[in-house]
Design a protein around this ligand. Sequence first.
Ligand code: C2O
Length: 556
Amino acid sequence: GETHYHEFVVQATPVKRLCKTHTKITVNGQFPGPTLEVRNGDTLVVKVVNRARYNVTIHWHGVRQLRTAWADGPSFITQCPIQPGGSYTYRFTIEGQEGTLWWHAHSSWLRATVYGALVIKPRAGTSYPFATPKREFPILLGEWWTSNPIDVINQALRAGAAPNVSDAFTINGQPGDLYNCSRKDTVIFPVNSGETNLLRIINSAMNQELFFTIANHRLTVVGIDASYTKQLATSVIMLGPGQTTDILITTNQPAGRYYMAARAYATAPNVPFDNTTTTAILEYQSIPCPATKSRSKSKSKSKCTSSQPVFPFIPAYNDTQTVTAFTTSLRSPANIRAKVPTKVDVSLFFTVGLGLNPCNPGRTCQGPNGTNFTASMNNVSFVLPSTLSVLQAFYRGVNGVFTTNFPPFPPTQFDYTGNVSRALWTPTRGTETYRLKFGSTVQLVLQGTNIFAAENHPIHLHGHDFFILAEGFGNYNPRTDPAKFNFVDPPLRNTVGVPVGGWAVIRFVADNPGAWLMHCHFDSHLTWGLAMVFLVDNGVGELETLEPPPADLPRC
Ligand code: C2O
């Protein structure tokens, strides 16, 4: 493949939204950041120069990073952060992935404004497994805070409370015309009648699952998380943060203007969320203007930009039925049976959920009933190291940075989705990892809990894609639920929404040496510790072992 060189300058940039200009951290002064476009098989070399006053790292969300864990990016997991004034060059090859991924900052809450699309076209000399679309548009769904997002999370951590919800959702960085003074900046996607277009939808929001729909147009899903799917026709899609969905739309409607819109899907109504709606406009290039007197007098161009776009139907914020129907209909393309691991070497069961810590004496905690929010997997709340990254410590055999005792099962069996005893609400804390032999096949049951709130958790695994064999509500039943496993065409993803008050079963092969973070992609939950790390040992061959660390790997 080809090699693409880029420079990302992380810098403070004034950005105006919702009538207010604030200084945000951006890449190259752009918000959202630059779109990277490559082919499957190409190599990316991105020099990141930090001219901001925060430590920063960049993560290439969903990129397998085979043998190049040093380029994965999560702060203190695979590298020490790039300090102000420093730089680091990420170098990696796209191997076997096609579709849409994205990149984002992976330190503190910088990813609120430091993110962009990574478009992966078919391998050179090959084409899409569908008719080549006439136009393609990356569509990044985001969340906007008028204030500094780092201040928002720091304030929440000091208070022990949930962070303030965002002031707007955005499509390609713009809130759209349902928000005050955003109207004239609403993003317009120009299309021609009778053509098929590929929309690459990315949920880059911080803390919110989102519905996405377009008025009067059928959405045909063709890919998720840079894996192709069987075609699935729908009127609405839902994405958790981190997930991507590629859809085809055919412009077969009367020439006109049609809203696309995104709004929250929220499963825990006792946790506050932003219930506003972001819009953009799909605009046919040949809109006939209504024959009115005013028009003949005006000098305006033939486009009737004053015509009101058609508004779509968006499901209610808590419409879990629609979400379940959609997510459980996603399928890998025909006959991938050979690739779904049928033999399991390591069988794991992790609870995922919130918790509440008691308040230290002398402090005022603003969480529920005077507590602090926390979150955990198997009752362990993950603590980031601060002296060295987990991967550096693993590679060099440095003691004291992490432990390898992450529990494979919850400390006690309990009714996860019932009325969970208060004794289980307070997790322990630690930098606990779980070690896997190279090439082992892992089955992992992700079980949501009702501790404080039952909600979907978008669980993201770095460095691997996994098959989602089954999902369901309530407690996972190891006797009866395996009968529901799909070994024929399960979807392949890097992020799974564990159903509210329910479970999901995933399988993957630990074929990538390194230290791989697995975490909830709600940044509030990640901050509270809803994370753990898999350590994958080296294999034996050249194609199975971790490359040595780059010379410019930042120091702590
Ligand atoms: Cu997209 Cu660890 O993140």
